[in-house]
Design a protein. Structure first.
Length: 353
């Protein structure tokens, strides 16, 4: 087995591997986040100092067998290695888990290689999110379970099965009828001249609810792609955009990437119409899961909204491997880490007190 970094020249090989693996139920779910479109967007918007660090394992005959997505970020004379920024269970080792022992060997080799890479860059930590695993498969990783003994931060995510038999609850159907009766319509795609309006709505939502704001380039870049990997929609009332939704697609899973809605029209439930359309399109394309991502507060309205759509809970972990003494991290502090590494999980802030 050969373990090495994946370079842009490997993109065709990477896409072929992800497409093939993603069609199987014997692996963690391959997400739109794992494809070059999202990687290139991250490199574009996460400021200077960001480097893609996808690591692969090849068999003796040159077949790509496993991939560990990750990113390296340098700032302020420091560095961190992280699973893909912004979201929850979105990385981890991607490989067939049909043979758990074989999966464990691949997971161990790739994880230790990532830690070695991070050490070589004098990173503060190496952080690994576990993968999105709606099938509940055993995904052993001896590097994390035995070798490294990381700090483990348990988290919860939500997903909905969207197979042909799925039906929405009565209150969801009511919301959709209400929006349609009010004249809300859905338009597929976000044209370049509409990005400004969408970002205006999104930025206001982030300010209102204390959500970290992604750069405008994030929307601009993803909306250049369409169809198979990125699906984007706007909801309009009398021609005016009042809500929008961007969905990233993998072979079997659609991820609820960036929703936004004008607060003046919140009562019209335009967001529900967008979700229903995006789920319908995903189902028609053969996808079976809708990945809602994590919600920070189980008592909050966002969590309750997702549950209305039949969302199920699934656990995942953030595994943090410190590569410097605790004293160094405490001296930097949570503000220093947030300033240098926005959108990255470097170390649990609670442990810095």
């Amino acid at each position: 087995m050969r373990v090495d970094r994946l370079l842009p020249g490997h993109d065709a090989e990477l896409i072929g591997f992800l497409d093939a693996l993603g069609g199987s139920t014997a692996s963690a779910s391959v997400l739109g986040y794992h494809y070059p479109e999202n990687r290139d967007m991250l490199l574009r918007v996460l400021s200077k100092g960001t480097e893609a660090c996808f690591i692969g394992a090849w068999s003796a005959d040159g077949e790509l067998q496993a991939v560990l997505p990750g990113m390296l970020h340098r700032a302020g004379g420091r560095a961190c290695y992280n699973s893909l920024p912004f979201f929850g269970p979105n990385a981890g080792v991607l490989a067939s888990a049909e043979d758990p022992a074989r999966y464990a060997g691949l997971a161990r080799a790739l994880t230790l290689a990532a830690v070695e890479l991070a050490r070589g860059e004098q990173a503060l930590s190496a952080v690994f999110y576990s993968p999105f695993n709606p099938e509940g498969l055993p995904l052993p990783n001896p590097a994390l379970d035995e070798d490294l003994k990381p700090l483990r931060v348990p988290r919860t995510t939500l997903f909905t099965s969207i197979g042909a038999e799925a039906e929405w609850a009565a209150d969801i159907r009511y919301d959709i009828r209400k929006a349609e009766k009010a004249g809300v319509t859905v338009q597929e795609g976000i044209a370049a001249d509409a990005v400004g309006r969408v970002y205006e709505i999104y930025a206001k939502n982030c300010a209102d609810f204390g959500i970290p704001l992604k750069p405008r380039e994030c929307i601009e870049h993803l909306c250049r792609f369409g169809g198979k990997r990125v699906a984007a929609y706007t909801a309009r009332l009398e021609g005016e955009i009042i809500a929008a939704l961007i969905v990233l697609r993998g072979p079997r899973t659609a991820s609820y990437y960036l929703p936004c809605g004008d607060s003046k029209h919140r009562a019209l439930q335009a967001g529900s119409v967008l979700i229903e359309r995006a789920v319908r399109d995903a189902r028609d394309a053969g996808l079976t899961y809708w990945n809602w991502e994590a919600s920070p507060d189980k008592e909050g309205g966002v969590y309750r909204f997702k549950r209305k759509w039949g969302a199920q809970e699934s656990g995942y972990e953030v595994s943090v491997v410190p590569l410097v003494d605790d004293g160094v991290l405490k001296e930097i502090g949570s503000k220093g880490l947030a300033d240098d590494f926005p959108f990255y999980f470097v170390y649990p802030y609670a442990a810095l007190q």
